[in-house]
Write a protein that binds this ligand. Sequence first.
Ligand code: DLL
Length: 436
Amino acid sequence: MSEPAIFNPARETMSREQIEQLQLERLQATVNRVYRNVAFYGRRFEQLDLAPEDVASLADLVRLPLTTKQDLRDSYPYGMFALPLREVVRVHCSSGTTGQRTVVGYTKNDLADWAEAVARNLAAAGVTKDEVVQIFFGYGLFSGGFGFHAGAEALGASVIPMSSADIAQQIEIMHDFRTTVLCGTPSYALQMAEALEERGINPNELHLRIGVFGAEPWSEQTRQEIEKRLFLQAFDVYGLSEMGGPGVAAECRERCGLHITEDFFLPEIVAPDTGEPLPDGREGELVLTTLSKEAFPLLRYRTGDLTSLDRTPCACGRTTARMARVQRRTDDVIFIRGSNVSPHDIEAVLKQIEEVGPRYRIVVERRGALDVLEVQVEMRELPDLGTITNLERLEADLAERLRAAAGMRVEVRLLEPRSLAEVQDSDSQVIDRRRL
Ligand code: DLL
C-alpha cells in the first residue's frame, strides 16, 4: 500500500503569504469576470459605487456585495452564469426542494478543478490509488455522486459508482468487491451498519478502512458509532452545490477541523444578523467566494452554515485554513434522506390552502430504518362530522403538494383549530426527534 500523501503539495503547503497572494490574484480575476459578465453583479457594483480596480488587497473583500440563496433563486435558471451555455458542459442543482432549485454550471476547467479539490479531500483522509472506493452519494442533479466519482478517479482509485442503490445491494457489492473506502452520507452509513447487524454479517468479514462522509451535519457521537460498527475510520467532508458540490473542505488524519481548498474558495466568517466580519476562532456564518470558477463564479456567498476558522498550521503539513465541523445552520433546513428541505417551502404550500393554518409544525422521526417527515397543521375550522371524505381529500391533496415541494413523501396530520396556539412565534417550527 502506498503511504497517504498530500495530493498537491505545491498548493496545500504554501506559506500564508503565498496563499494570500494567489487568492488576491484570483479574486481580482473573478471580480473582473463577474462585473463584466453577470448583470446581477454589474448592478450591485453600480449601487455600491464600486469598480473592479477597487479590489487592491484581500482587505477590500468586505467591500464587495454579499450574495444570498434568494439572489440565486431570483436568477433561475441561468441568470448568474458568467459564460454562455455553449461553454457549459455540465449542470447540477441544489438538492431537495423541487420548487426552488438553484442551478450550477461547470466548464471543462471547472470540472477539472472540482476533481482536483475532491481528490485532495480524499487523500487527506488517507485514501490512495490502491483503494476500492464505493460511492453511495446519489448520482444525478445532486452534486455528491459525480463529485466524488471524479475525485476518486483523479486519485487513481478503483471506483464503484453505487449511487443510491438499496442497502442489500450496497452490502453485497461491499463484500464481494472488497470495498475499502465508503463515501456517502453519515446517516446512510449508520443504516448500513444496522443492516449488517440484522444480517449477522461481522464487519470483520469486510475490508473497510476509511469512510468519507458528509452532505449533512453529524456529531462526534455518530462518528464513533459508525467507526465501531463498520470497522473503519470516518472523516468529515463539507461542500455545497452553490460552490460546485463537495471539495470545499475536508478533515485530514489529525481530525482537528476541515482543511479548506483555499486556492479555490476564499473563506470568511460573518455575524449572521449583521453580516459584520468576525475574527478567526469566533463562530459565525461561513461566507465563501469562488476563486477559479468560470461558469458560476460567486462573490461572498452566504452559506447559512455556522462554523469558525483556524489559520494556524496543522500537524499534517497542510497550511490551508481549517473550519470547525458544521453542526448548525442559521436557518431551519432539514437534512433528510440525502435531501435538504427548507421549512419555507413547506410553509409556502400551506399558505396556498385556505382550509389550513395559521400554525404548523414539522416533525422529523426515525421509524425503523426510515426517516419520516410529518407536517402537522391546524385546520381553520372544525369540519362537520359528515365531511370525513372531504377531510381525507384535503389530507391527500396537501400530501401531494408537499411531496412536490419537498421532493419526498410527506405525512400530513390535520389538527383541531388552535391546537398549536401555545407554540410561541420564537419557537422553531421544526422538531427533529432523530438521534443526530
Ligand atoms: O451536500 C454537497 C456535498 C456532497 C457535500 C457530498 C459533501 C459531500 P447541498 O445539497 O447543496 O450540497 O447541501 C449543502 O449541506 O450548506 C450544509 O448545510 C450541509 N452540509 C454539507 N456537508 C456538510 C457536513 C452538498 N460535512 C449543505 N457537515 C451545506 C454539516 C454539511 N453540514
